[in-house]
Write a new protein. Structure first.
Length: 346
């Protein structure tokens, strides 16, 4: 495995015998993969830097959600447990992206490719589970005992399907270098596995999530329209907050994966003419799923309120007055709640 680096640019330095520039070559090897593919060194550095930065943000955001769900017991409802598993898979994806500088080693490359593929598939499936769960509660009005029984089937479906998608490339030895990082290779059956085990299911996930949230939005709109005459301005503002929160879920998922899909379509159409800008944008947005989840799921009003209360308690402030004020406000806003009382279970 050879690498051009720094002061040794006039000669190729082997990793084992790098001569006078051994330290610089070793540092360069750790910071950049050996094969730049169709890119120049500067383009490869830009793509890798964006991917590592986004992966770091995903790891930080995912750890924030997991930490919140662990320390706040009242947030551990069944929907929050679905968020936990989705976040755990996003965290795994982020960590697998962070080991990209080490994928010069064959074993690490295989591990990165397998872990990244499995965790990405599982993340998509848990996102679909959250959409399905919300649809059953809001539209079908399933009660809590029924939803609790559904949880085990979410696990069965997610782990079995993700394992099947993971196993297919493994049986044909198609995990390995896929450009600047490791994933499903493009040799032999790899191109078919990329489509059958990742991009085609991804199309289905996006279509399913958009349809489900559209139906939920229509149901919520009809529900509010039926009681709009009795709603105050404050209740209408609460209605808009509900719509915005619902809209963020499919928008975030679709936006994040639209650019990778466009880039992949361009690759299929012109395999010998990759576009640097598309690869750079994909490196920026594709690993951001966990970070965006932290913004949507973790930074809602309830989580912020609990963190403020926790910080005030740690600072030794008296929060009894704030708690009584919150109780009074809650009592004064009972008339603004949705007619379907099970909606608060979400």
């Amino acid at each position: 495995s050879l690498l051009l680096c720094g002061p040794c640019h006039t000669r190729r330095c082997a990793r084992q015998t790098c001569g006078v520039c051994s330290f610089h070559c070793e540092l360069c090897r750790l910071l950049m993969p050996v094969d730049y593919g169709p890119w120049t060194k500067n383009e490869a550095v830009a793509i890798l830097a964006c991917r590592l930065t986004s992966a770091g943000l995903t790891v930080a955001g995912s750890l924030f959600i997991i930490f919140s769900l662990i320390i706040f017991k009242r947030l551990r409802k069944m929907p929050s447990r679905l968020i936990f598993w989705m976040t755990l898979m996003s965290l795994t994806t982020g960590i697998s992206n962070l080991i990209t500088p080490l994928n010069d080693y064959t074993a690490i490359c295989w591990i990165q490719g397998m872990v990244m593929h499995f965790s990405q598939c599982a993340t998509f499936l848990w996102t679909c589970n959250i959409a399905t769960n919300l649809y059953m509660i809001v539209v079908l009005r399933y009660k809590k005992p029924v939803m609790l029984r559904m949880e085990k089937w979410y696990h069965v479906a997610t782990w079995v399907v993700a394992f099947v998608f993971f196993l297919c490339p493994l049986l044909t030895l198609n995990y390995g270098h896929a450009g600047l990082w490791c994933w499903i290779t493009d040799r032999a059956y790899g191109r078919y596995w990329r489509f059958l085990c990742f991009y085609f299911p991804l199309f289905l996930y996006i279509f399913y999530i958009v349809i489900v949230y559209f139906l939920i939005g229509c149901h919520v709109w009809r529900t509010f329209s039926a009681v709009s005459d009795n709603m105050t301005a404050k209740a209408k503002r609460k209605q808009m907050r509900v719509f915005r929160r619902l809209a963020l879920y499919p928008v975030a998922f679709v936006v994040i994966w639209t650019i990778p899909i466009i880039n992949r379509i361009q690759n299929w159409a012109e395999p010998d003419n990759p576009i640097f800008v598309l690869y750079l944008l994909q490196a920026c947005v594709a690993p951001l799923q966990g970070f965006v989840n932290a913004l949507i799921y973790g930074l809602d009003r309830e989580v912020r309120r609990r963190y403020r209360k926790c910080l005030c308690s740690c600072a030794g402030q008296d929060t009894s007055q704030a708690n009584s004020s919150n109780t009074t406000n809650t009592a004064g806003e009972d008339h603004t709640r949705l007619p379907d009382k099970d909606f608060s279970y979400c």
